[in-house]
Design a protein around this ligand. Structure first.
Ligand code: UDP
Ligand code: MG
Length: 310
């Protein structure tokens, strides 16, 4: 019997891409000896994406869809797809053709060799804007410096997971999963494949600089409490520095030297006011995460699907 490969594709306003990606996956599988199914997750699209997916699913037996009740975000869309994928392995990829389906046979080959996680690393892309490249570089620098897991720059959400790994993932109920980090954290036998990303087929990127920044902050705070330690060390250093200043104040007092400069005083107050707010904010993020998680809400809500209940 042929092995079944489930392909999970999150789609948020990708009306022109759905058909193209599904067809190119079909083409890839026509030359390899595997069965496949495509699970398209509509992440609360506001355009015709859902209708397109539904029509497409109705006309072919190996296309499935999951409809979210609203936009829950890329990571949860992938998670939902994986939770409902029961192939021998599951491949997740973007809808916009930036993750080349031609790489799938190579990924499957590595999987057959015994790797349980085959992930991909995007080579430096000349098509991307300077800002995007810069922000993505900064993203990984900050992440690796501040957290306890080591992520390679360019690690993409284009990866193959063995059924074993997917089953482990099903028990994860983090309300904001950061998949790239979680996969690394899981362990298992992992292999990285490098690829050259294509340009987006249609539409534009949903990841703005703001979203990247939020993702970085989220990635750091959900994987380590290093920022809290950094705050403590910073506090010690600054207190120590201020102690060093005391002898000078005493000297000035004894010798009647006038200590001038309200400007520097104001500057110091503002600077440390800001610093305290940042650190308070960092603590707040952790407390907020605890609050969100203790409510134990479902992390995503499915409005409809054509996947038979397993
Ligand atoms: N996506 C999603 N929900 C969102 C944003 C994006 O499901 O809220 C999907 C999107 O349709 C695409 C993938 O996630 O399939 C990656 O998004 P995008 O191409 O915008 O990100 P980029 O490639 O620029 O990092
Ligand atoms: Mg993209």
């Amino acid at each position: 019997m042929k092995k079944l490969v489930s392909i999970v594709i999150p789609a948020y306003n990708e009306v022109d891409n759905v058909f193209v990606i599904a067809e190119s996956i079909k083409k890839v599988f026509s030359i390899i000896n595997y069965d496949y199914e495509i699970i398209l997750v509509d992440d609360g699209s506001t355009d015709q994406t859902l209708q397109t997916i539904k029509e497409y699913a109705a006309s072919s037996e190996n296309i499935f869809f999951l409809e979210f009740s609203k936009n829950f975000g890329h990571q949860l869309a992938v998670k939902a797809g994986m939770d409902n994928a029961y192939g021998d392995c599951v491949i997740s990829m973007d809808c916009d053709m930036q993750h080349p389906p031609e790489l799938i046979p190579d990924m499957l080959k590595k999987w057959e060799e015994g790797f349980e996680v085959v992930y991909t690393i995007r080579e430096e892309d000349k098509n991307l804007s300077k800002r995007k490249r810069g922000s993505s570089g900064l993203f990984y620098k900050v992440l690796n410096w501040l957290s306890d897991i080591e992520l390679e720059p360019g690690a993409a959400d284009f990866r193959l997971l063995d059924q074993k790994v997917v089953n482990v993932f099903r028990n994860f109920h983090e309300n904001e999963p950061f998949l790239r980090g979680l996969v690394k954290w899981l362990g298992f036998k992992q292999f990285a494949i490098r690829y050259n990303p294509a340009a987006r087929f249609s539409g534009k990127s949903k990841y703005t600089f703001k979203k990247m920044f939020q993702l970085a902050l989220h990635g750091v705070t959900s994987f380590s409490i290093k920022p809290l330690y950094t705050a403590v060390y910073l506090g010690f250093i600054l207190s120590f520095a201020s102690i060093l200043y005391i002898p000078y104040i005493i000297y000035a007092f004894v010798n009647n030297v006038e200590v001038s400069g309200w400007a520097s005083v104001i500057m110091t107050i503002v600077f440390f006011g800001g610093l305290q707010l940042i650190i308070l904010g960092i603590i707040g993020i952790y407390v907020g995460k605890m609050f969100m998680q203790t409510k134990n809400r479902p992390s995503y809500i499915i409005r409809s699907t054509n996947i038979p209940i397993k």
